[in-house]
Design a protein around this ligand. Sequence first.
Ligand code: 5GP
Ligand code: ZN
Length: 117
Amino acid sequence: MDERADCIFCRIADGKIKSNILYQDEELLAFPDINPLAPTHILIIPRKHIASVAEMPTQDAHLIGDMAKLAKKLAGDNGIAEKGFRLVINNGPEGGQGVNHLHMHLLGGRQLGSKLG
Ligand code: 5GP
Ligand code: ZN
């Protein structure tokens, strides 16, 4: 089984599915969520296929910091840095993870609820 061919976010990263890429470099990619839950809803992913935080090799943990740094930049670009925004990483079935490729949600542009679950 070809892991990258079977993963929707790998296919976006590999350019196999056309997407509105907002940012990319050698390690990360950002694009709008297909089903936005807020006026700004951007997904930030590593190019490398990592299924989840739980399955992330320790040596790749720096990616989470890099994703947060990119989220900060994109929040600024989208005018939501000062008003506020939310960063979310779902993990596993009970964590609400639907796509098994590590991703961070950047949500903002409206008042978000205080409840998490
Ligand atoms: P999760 O529930 O795994 O944390 O979030 C997965 C997110 O990916 C969902 O918000 C869903 O709308 C989004 N998504 C699923 N498939 C696609 C796709 O093909 N393109 C884009 N841009 N977003 C997707
Ligand atoms: Zn993948």
